[in-house]
Design a protein around this ligand. Structure first.
Ligand SMILES: *Cc1c(COP(=O)(O)O)cnc(C)c1O
Length: 391
């Protein structure tokens, strides 16, 4: 253990040196089944042969040139990603928070264009949008904001999964320019809104000429059984952000936009040194190819149903289990008590899971797992949960 890392993370007592598919190998050669994918990043699992070959090939050709020059691979990725997402323009960056920063800047430009001197974005309680100053100010979690005041102005927080609350906020404030939310809240505890919520927010934004910004950083790239979670309700946003699984671990983020929102960034209004460099763009392009070839959207839907059915059967009438929810391969099991300890219990059995929001077990397995691996995760999680609850 090095003493030279800032204490931002409380590391678990294991470090990995290799991986294949859904398995990781630690420093002493032990194998672990990965049901977290590096927090929804490695949707294609570890060391996917096609991605590995593409990255190695690209590293041998060209890694970086800067955005002072055309980057053909970035242009190709923009074209392909826009086609999948029904968007028109993309700004590439290196992380989720940066994607959201771009989205927030677009919302402000949009507000100013409408002669709103101090534009406001409606955001939701329990949301997570990142750790930079603007994105943590947008985030609906006081723990993430504590100590970093003064926060960035221009956000109003309303309850999630509540259209009336957004409508009321709009009625009370002439300065609102945009609504920004996650189609399913990830860090907030795998909170799946009621059917119709996204479509209703889309309608509301149309009615009041507000931008709908969807943070698909965790939900995007086939995770929920569709390429993007807005597709479950055809709630096409004006601005959408991606990161996490877009590069399967090679850092890349993106802010996509259409319509007026796509035209607001002008030369000089935004930028990134690394954003969309040849290596990251090649990784992104290859991820798109693999997702399409392996039909991982359909696979995620199938596996998600299989696993959710398994959890519902395996944890039926278990006292202490409050709810089992999710979509595709984004699943949460809420207990009636803090269960952070489950992460270490699972680790001891060589299974990697996460607990978020204190009492929600979060599962984000790679989309490439076999049926048998899916069943194995279900069996192990059910056993560990029952053991933890003393059932
Ligand atoms: C992970 C995440 C972010 C932040 O992404 P970083 O790459 O860590 O900056 C933002 N929004 C959502 C919904 C996320 O899940």
């Amino acid at each position: 253990m090095s003493d030279h890392l800032m204490a931002s993370y409380q590391y678990l007592p294991v470090g990995f040196v290799e991986g294949t598919g859904a398995y990781l190998t630690d420093q002493s050669g032990q194998h672990y089944l990965d049901a977290l994918s590096g927090i929804a990043v490695c949707g294609l699992g570890h060391a996917h042969p096609k991605l590995q070959a593409a990255i190695a090939d690209q590293a041998g050709k060209l890694i970086h040139t800067s955005n002072l020059y055309h980057i053909p691979l970035q242009e190709l990725l923009a074209d392909r990603l826009c086609a999948y997402a029904r968007m028109e323009k993309i700004f590439f960056c290196n992380s989720g928070a940066e994607g959201n920063e771009a989205a927030i800047k677009i919302a402000r430009l949009y507000g100013h264009q409408k002669d709103i001197a101090e534009p406001v974005i409606v955001v939701t309680h329990r949301s997570f949008h990142g750790r930079t100053m603007a994105t943590l100010s947008a985030t609906g979690n006081e723990k993430i904001q504590a100590g970093f005041e003064p926060l960035v102005q221009g956000f109003i927080h309303v309850p999630y999964n509540n259209v009336d609350a957004i409508e009321e906020a709009i009625g009370n404030n002439k300065n609102i320019a945009a609504v920004m939310l996650e189609p399913i809240q990830g860090e907030g505890g795998i909170v799946v809104p009621d059917p119709g919520y996204l479509a209703a927010v889309r309608k509301l934004c149309d009615k009041h000429a507000l931008l709908l910004i969807l943070d698909e950083i965790q939900t995007g790239m086939c995770r929920t059984g569709k390429w993007f979670a807005w597709q479950h309700e055809d709630a096409l946003p004006d601005v959408m952000t991606l990161a996490k699984a877009l590069g399967n671990g090679v850092p890349i983020g993106a802010c996509l936009a259409r319509g007026v929102a796509a035209e607001l960034i002008r030369p000089g209004s935004h930028g990134s040194t690394f954003g969309g460099n040849p290596l990251a763009a090649r990784a992104g392009l290859t991820v798109l190819e693999i997702l399409a070839e392996e039909k991982l959207d359909q696979r995620a839907e199938y596996l998600g149903n299989l696993m959710m059915n398994g959890f519902r059967a395996g944890l039926k009438e278990v006292d202490g289990v409050r709810s089992i929810r999710g979509k595709g391969m984004m699943m949460g099991i809420e207990l009636d008590r803090d269960c952070s300890e489950l992460v270490r219990m699972a680790l001891a059995e060589h299974l990697l899971i996460n607990v978020t929001s204190g009492n929600v077990i979060r599962l984000l397995p790679p989309l490439i797992i076999t049926d048998e691996q899916a069943h194995q995760i279900v069996r192990m999680v059910c056993r560990i949960v029952k053991q933890f609850l003393g059932r």
